[in-house]
Design a protein. Structure first.
Length: 400
C-alpha cells in the first residue's frame, strides 16, 4: 500500500500530535518497491489491471467487498455517458456553440470512482473539469455548458447537490474546501468534504496553505489530485522532485497514490479517505495517477509538447475498456447491455446538442447586478453608458 505515514491508522486529534513522524526516516512501501531516490515510479493502489483482471489488495478490498454486478454496470454506464457528454461538448465548441471546453477524456475512472464514494451529505469543491463528479452529484450535464457558452455563471444551486460551482482560479477551491470542512467539524457533523484539483494546481500557494490549515485544524477534507501528468504543457517532473502524494507527509497527514484509470481502486481509496475524515482523523491527499488523453482545453494543441507514443501507451490503459473487459470476463454484462447503453449514449448526445442550441441569450445588463450590496454610483454610470451603447445598434438598424 502506498500510504506515506501511520497517520492512516492513528487519529490526529490535535495540532500538537504529529502522527507518523519520528526522529529517523522510515522506508515506505513505495520506496521498498522502487528504491528510495530512484527515478522509477512508486507503487500505486490497483484493483483492476489494464487487461481487466481483478487483483487483490489486503488494505482496500474491503471497501468494494459489497459491490454487485449491478453496481459494476452502473460504474461502466457512468463512465460511458460521461465520455459521450464530454465528446459532444468538444464537438459543440468546434462548431462555435461554446467559447471553450475543458475535456476530461481519460480521467473518467478517477472522477466516477471518487464521485460514487461520496454520500449525499458530503460537499464537493470542483475545478472546471469535474464533469464526471457533477454527473455523480446529479447535476444536469446541460447546466455545465451554460458557463462555457457564456449564458450563466454555473447554472445550478450548489446547495441543491452539495456540489459547488466550477472554479476557474487554479487551486483556490482547496482553501474554500478547507474552510468549509473546518465549519463542518465545528458543527459536529459527520459529513466530509472533498476538493478536486490537478497536478498543476498542486504547485499553487493556495494548495499549500490549504494543506497547512487542514492539518493544523484536523479538518475532515479529502484532497483529490487528478495527476494527468501535464499542467497544460508542463510535465509533472518540472513541478516536483517527488511524487505528488508524498507532499502530504511534510504537512503531517497521509497521502496515497491510486491507479487513476482503475474505477474500483478510486472508489475504494476515496471511501477509505472519506471514512478517515468522518472519524475525526483529519485530511488525506489522494493522487489519482492518470492521463489527459486530449487537449488541456479546446484552445490547446497537445501535439506541440508531447508525442503520439506516450498517448498511445496510455490509450492502452483506457479506463472504460478496462472495466468492459472485466465485465465480459466475469459474465456481468452481455451484448444487450452494451447495445442499450449505446442507444442511451446517442440519446444523451442529441439532448445535449438541442439544449445548448436552445439556450437563450443572457440579459445584457445582468453583469451590473450584485456588484455591490447597496449599489454604487460608478456602476450606475457604467450601466447607463452600456445602455446607450446597446441602443446605438437599434438606431443604426432603423429601430428594428
Amino acid at each position: 500500500m502506498t500510504v506515506e505515514s501511520t497517520a492512516a491508522r492513528t487519529p490526529r486529534r490535535s495540532a500538537g500530535t504529529k502522527a507518523g513522524t519520528t526522529g529517523t526516516k522510515r522506508t515506505t512501501s513505495a520506496e521498498k518497491a522502487t528504491g528510495a531516490g530512484k527515478s522509477a515510479e512508486p507503487a500505486l493502489v490497483q484493483l483492476l489491471t489494464p487487461e481487466g483482471k481483478r487483483v487483490k489488495n489486503a488494505e482496500f478490498d474491503k471497501y468494494v467487498a459489497d459491490i454487485t454486478a449491478d453496481d459494476l454496470r452502473g460504474l461502466y454506464r457512468d463512465m460511458v455517458l460521461t465520455r459521450r457528454f464530454d465528446a459532444e461538448a468538444t464537438s459543440l465548441q468546434r462548431q462555435g456553440e461554446l467559447g471553450l471546453w475543458a475535456s476530461l477524456l481519460g480521467q473518467e475512472a478517477a472522477q466516477i470512482g471518487s464521485g460514487r464514494a461520496l454520500r449525499d451529505d458530503d460537499y464537493v469543491f470542483p475545478t472546471y473539469r469535474e464533469h464526471g463528479v457533477a454527473w455523480c452529484r446529479g447535476v444536469d450535464p446541460t447546466n455545465l455548458l451554460g458557463m462555457f457558452r457564456g449564458v450563466n455563471n454555473g447554472g445550478w444551486d450548489p446547495n441543491g447537490n452539495n456540489f459547488h460551482l466550477y472554479t476557474i482560479v487554479i487551486g483556490s477551491q482547496t482553501l474554500h474546501a478547507t474552510g468549509y470542512a473546518m465549519g463542518v467539524a465545528k458543527d459536529g457533523a459527520d459529513s466530509a468534504v472533498i476538493a478536486y484539483f490537478g497536478d498543476g494546481a498542486s504547485s499553487q500557494g493556495d494548495v499549500a496553505e490549504a494543506f497547512t490549515f487542514s492539518a493544523v485544524y484536523n479538518a475532515p477534507v479529502v484532497f483529490f489530485c487528478q495527476n494527468n501528468q501535464w499542467a497544460i504543457s508542463e510535465p509533472t517532473e518540472k513541478q516536483s522532485r517527488v511524487p505528488l502524494y508524498q507532499r502530504a507527509q511534510g504537512f503531517g497527514f497521509p497521502g496515497v497514490r491510486v491507479d487513476g484509470n482503475d474505477v474500483l481502486a478510486n472508489l475504494a481509496v476515496t471511501k477509505w479517505a472519506l471514512e478517515r475524515a468522518r472519524a475525526g482523523e483529519g485530511p488525506t491527499l489522494v493522487e489519482a495517477f492518470t492521463y489527459r488523453m486530449g487537449a488541456h482545453t479546446t484552445s490547446d494543441d497537445p501535439t506541440r509538447y508531447r508525442g503520439d507514443e506516450e498517448r498511445l501507451a496510455w490509450e492502452a490503459k483506457d479506463p472504460i475498456l478496462r472495466l468492459r473487459r472485466y465485465l465480459e470476463a466475469s459474465n456481468h454484462a452481455d451484448e444487450g447491455f452494451f447495445a442499450e447503453l449505446e442507444a442511451e449514449s446517442e440519446a444523451l448526445g442529441k439532448r445535449v446538442r438541442e439544449a445548448v442550441r436552445a439556450m437563450p441569450d443572457p440579459d445584457h445588463f445582468a453583469i451590473f447586478e450584485n456588484v455591490y450590496a447597496d449599489g454604487h454610483a460608478l456602476v450606475d454610470e457604467e450601466r447607463a453608458q452600456f445602455a446607450a451603447y446597446q441602443a446605438s445598434f437599434a438606431d443604426a438598424d432603423g429601430g428594428k
